[in-house]
Design a binder for this molecule. Structure first.
Ligand code: C5P
Length: 232
């Protein structure tokens, strides 16, 4: 599995997205499409970006009863995305059913990764709202192990957790890590960050980079800098 840089295309419309992607000319970066763009534009945006030759991580974080997730995953599989995700909190049964739905007749399927605990959830809110009393890093590793047991390909996690996830779930279990910033860059609202070079060193498999590329004066140069630090 090759390391790659995934650009978070957090734009509100297809127009803004294509304006951005057009700057890359013949380069076809791996892109992440999230809820905002998908709900605004519908599945057509996935087909269009795919037709332009990009790989797509469709970040819709499914979480429902196993049968519903299985059927929804079958739809995403037909959309021909390369990676999609769900909440590990939906249980091992839901994750297994998701894989069944995702697998095409010829046995191929998009990569499936799990969200453990959202980084917006802290110990306090997890205890108060979810009634989970265990230390949050243990909860994250437990969910990652469940995902691996269910047969998923990896998890979304902080680059700071990537090493531990690999130690617990195996080196081939993928770590897809947002929270990446250049050493001389703006942190934005991300608190625990790593540079692309550091993320490479600790073994992240994919970095998800949004604003350091999308808000850069020269997005193509910023993307190339990420690739140079993380992949080359
Ligand atoms: O702009 P920035 O580089 O912070 O974008 C990171 C992307 O990764 C955003 O789309 C954000 O929603 C997503 N993400 C994250 N932290 C997580 C999971 C996803 O920043 N734990």
């Amino acid at each position: 599995m090759g390391k790659d840089v995934i650009i978070a295309c957090d734009f509100a419309s297809a127009e803004k997205t294509f304006e951005f992607l057009d700057r890359f000319k013949d380069k076809k970066p791996f892109v992440k499409i999230g809820m905002e763009l998908f709900y605004a534009e519908g599945p057509g945006i996935v087909r269009e970006i795919k037709a332009r030759g990009h790989k797509i991580f469709l970040d819709l974080k499914l979480h429902d009863i196993p049968n519903t997730v299985k059927k929804a995953m079958a739809v995403l599989s037909r959309l021909d995305v390369d990676m999609c995700n769900l909440h590990a909190a939906g249980t091992t049964k839901m994750m297994k059913e998701a894989l069944v739905g995702l697998t095409r007749e010829d046995g191929t399927r998009p990569l499936l990764i799990a969200v453990t605990q959202l980084t917006s959830t802290d110990q306090e809110s997890m205890e108060a709202d979810l009634l989970i009393k265990e230390p949050i890093d243990q909860v994250v590793m437990h969910y990652a192990k469940n995902a691996a047991f269910a047969g998923l390909d990896g998890v979304v996690c902080s680059p700071l957790e990537a090493e531990k996830v690999h130690a617990v779930c195996g080196e081939t279990f993928l770590t897809v890590t947002p929270g990446v910033r250049f050493a001389d860059g703006d942190m934005g609202d991300q608190k625990r960050v790593m540079t692309p070079a550091e993320a490479k060193k600790i073994g992240s498999d994919y970095i998800v980079v949004g604003r350091p590329i999308t808000a850069a004066e020269d997005p193509v140069a910023a993307y190339e800098r990420c690739v140079k630090e993380f992949v080359d």
